[in-house]
Design a protein around this ligand. Sequence first.
Ligand SMILES: [Zn+2]
Length: 409
Amino acid sequence: MSDESLRTSEKTPFIPVLAGEPEFRYVAGMHGNEALGRELVLNLMQYLCREYKKGNQRVVRLVTETRIHLLPSMNPDGYEAAYEKGSELAGWAEGRYNYEGIDLNHNFPDLNNIMWDTQEMAADKSKVPNHYIPIPEYYTQEDAMVAPVTRAVINWMQEIPFVLSANLHGGELVVTYPYDCTRDWAPQEDTPTADNAFFRWLATVYASTHLVMSNPNRRICHYEDFQKHNNIINGGAWHTFPHVSELPVEWENNRESLLVYMEQVHRGIKGVVRDKLSKRGIEDAVIRVEDHEHDIRSAADGDYWRLLNPGDYKVMVWAQGYHPSVRRCRVGMEPRATVCDFGLTKTPIQRLNEVRTKGGKLPQDLQLRLRALRLRMLRASTKTLNQRRQRKARSPGGRRGVSSKKPQR
Ligand SMILES: [Zn+2]
């Protein structure tokens, strides 16, 4: 089941909805030999279709309220290489890379360090963009060592405003959360994101519903190997290509985790940023949550999702040509997002420019506001000018002739 079958409504003309659906994605098989993720995603596809048809309320809700994107095999050439050897013979490196020898997991740009470097050099840290960081120029070059599939996935991520995603790897039983990089190439360092609390929640949600991770008495297969070896294992001996007989139990172990993780896309706050007058959604509006130094932007219809843990938040929204807007939004304990809509008012200058480009006449209210605005600006500039003249007159070298004092007769 590709996105297509899950999202047949996309084939029909666009029907505006009060709040759209958040975009979610699972990517597996980045390392071709780590076959478990691929099998889990394929199982998930079948499960969602089957349960949806059966009318399983949980799955119906998940499918109708979420745009689900599932990519089971990001590195199919690596998978084939590992598959040919089979689970007994395939080693740690067999099929890990793509046919060009590229490790896809390390083929994406390190935007974290670009952001950290810019912040370190900036005089005012708050002015440095904390989101939408452009990919390095190197990635745009034809001869760059960037795999076609990496380019395709980057493109995919730019075109679709994903709210939540996860990559499935194999060979270790652990949930990791960002950032994945350390600063300045330090070998090991805790590098929390602005959303550390929520990422820890997400990791906990997955781990606590995983049948093996959550149960200390149910340690099986790989984990036992690690325990025997004091939790360390030689990379070459690391068994990543599971035997076919292991797959059903692994699906059972991960099924609830995969579902509950997807459901987390419906947490925090969501809403639509609209033009107060026309009620049209505003694209690319910046949504900032106070004390969370990672802004997000509204999608094409003005809808947005900001994942947050329960709490009270001050949320600021601004967009080009509009006055900013601030409101408080409360996130409760219940597993659904709080609706927090914003109506923005256009600045007079923006409206004036729009009227001018259309070659139309200025509406009455805009003319009055413009008149008042210009008068205020004139008064302010006159005041500054007069103050400057006064200072000049008082200073020893100042010209005597220009003074605000009454001329003496
Ligand atoms: Zn991997």
